[in-house]
Design a protein around this ligand. Sequence first.
Ligand code: GSH
Length: 226
Amino acid sequence: MTNPKEVELLGLWVSPFVRRVEWALKLKGIAYGTIEEDILNKSALLLRLNPVHQKVPVFVHGGRVVSESLLILEYIDETWKQSPLLPRDPYDRAMARFWASVAEGKLEPNAWVALCSEGEEKERAIELATEALGHIEGVIKGKAFFGGEGIGYLDLAIGWVSHWLPVWDKVGSMKIFDQAKFPAMAAWASRFVEHPMIKENLPPRDKMVVYFCGKRSRIMASKSHA
Ligand SMILES: N[C@@H](CCC(=O)N[C@@H](CS)C(=O)NCC(=O)O)C(=O)O
């Protein structure tokens, strides 16, 4: 990893955080290599490159390392100027980052807790995730994509909602992404997954269901032994 042009991505096929980085690289036409991680048995490379969080994705460009997927998107956007992801206007850029942080801080963690819990904890998490999705519904209303006419930074940041959230809903027997309640998000999700590049770069739904069922069972079992 010393070639200054070399781009490597430590990833995991089922991770929405990793996929958004791959989507950005593909939209910009940047060639990259991938190293698949086993997050149940983390490699020495992962621990060395991301000692703080020990998570994927880890992005390596010419030997320099960036972790945290949303920061990686910004790094990619600033390094390769073609097909810009973030809006040029400073206010629009701040808003794109704001809504990405809402999805990341309120929607994703609550949807995950809802998937891996029962009873009151699950109900509360569903409520909080639904509230966050309601705010995001207001942002996409009347637009084709969060980025306007085409896919931008916020589409990539929120992209997991289109393909992962329905799987989590199924596996967790819940309905956070209720298409009737969130028609603008539902229309956006269909457009997003139909985009030719995205369509080709989504993990298979059946494999995801198996993966998340297994993950949920392990988490629920460890909670019941705690
Ligand atoms: N905030 C991080 C989240 C990354 C993350 O949670 N990655 C998961 C895979 S989906 C991971 O590596 N988990 C390993 C662990 O939690 O030990 C990002 O956006 O990059």
